[in-house]
Design a protein around this ligand. Structure first.
Ligand SMILES: C[S@@+](CC[C@H](N)C(=O)[O-])C[C@H]1O[C@@H](n2cnc3c(N)ncnc32)[C@H](O)[C@@H]1O
Length: 239
């Protein structure tokens, strides 16, 4: 089954991601909101996962609407903070409000199939107020695939081990295959389809949707733990 880590094991996802510098991401977004004079506190978060960004934004006083494709991820996020949680997936969901800013952080865009990119970005342009800001990152995925890598870490219940590999599927996408050994003795095979978008394609799509686009290249270069040093491009798009 695809996307089992997201669908069935949000707690394990949370543990695997626990070393991610979420505070750094929030500080970056806040700086961009300040620079662009984001007006209002209504924030839309797409692909909120287990809510580690969500709870930080909520703690800062933002009125967050957080959306995710997987109900288990949403339930984990919901247990952490006071926000409006919606089950849904880009590019198909209805929002009846407008937002001062929207974020989709940590490769959420790379979960989209290529044909869903433009309608997704257009939908986000539609739900932002004039002058509103969209912030998202492009994961540095290997377009030709890579060799399997191993990650061993700790959860609150004991150690886990995960072997993962990106395998090209011949349609400009990757199959992100993994097998995770949980502390409880579960063996969880998983696969998630991913798209390695070029920065140029993302820029063109955002401009076509009416955004003014700035790039921040090499974001995250200074991370040191378990591959967190992979530099990615962050897009800051003003409507
Ligand atoms: C790598 S996780 C990032 C989660 C969270 N932003 C974080 O940083 O921990 C990607 C998330 O995007 C969600 N997702 C994938 N495709 C989506 C889509 N089309 N619309 C909304 N959420 C999506 C997944 O369910 C998953 O929770």
């Amino acid at each position: 089954m695809a996307e089992r880590l997201y669908a069935e094991h949000p707690d394990l996802y949370d543990a695997i991601q626990s070393e991610w510098p979420y505070d750094r991401d929030i500080a970056f977004a806040l700086d961009r909101f300040d620079e662009h004079g984001v007006a209002g506190d209504r924030l839309l978060e797409i692909g909120c996962g287990t809510g580690e960004h969500t709870r930080r934004f909520a703690d800062l006083g933002f009125s967050v609407t957080a959306i995710d494709k997987h109900e288990g991820m949403l339930a984990a996020a919901q247990s952490k903070c006071d926000a409006t949680f919606r089950h849904g997936a880009l590019p198909h969901f209805d929002l009846d409000k407008t937002y001062a800013a929207a974020v989709m952080l940590r490769g959420v865009v790379n979960h989209l199939p290529p044909e869903d990119l433009a309608p997704s970005i257009e939908l986000l342009a539609d739900v932002l107020s004039p002058g509103g800001l969209l912030v998202f990152d492009n994961s540095p995925l290997p377009p030709d695939g890579n060799h399997p890598g191993i990650d061993i870490g700790e959860t609150p219940h004991g150690p886990y081990a995960r072997i993962a590999q990106h395998v090209p599927t011949g349609d400009n996408r990757l199959d992100w295959r993994s097998i995770t050994f949980s502390p409880e003795g579960d063996v969880i095979p998983d696969r998630t389809p991913m798209t390695p978008f070029s920065d140029d394609r993302l820029t063109d799509t955002c401009q076509h949707a009416g955004f003014e686009v700035e790039h921040y290249d090499g974001f995250g270069q200074t991370g040191t733990q378990r591959g967190l040093g992979e530099a990615r491009t962050v897009f800051v798009c003003e409507r």
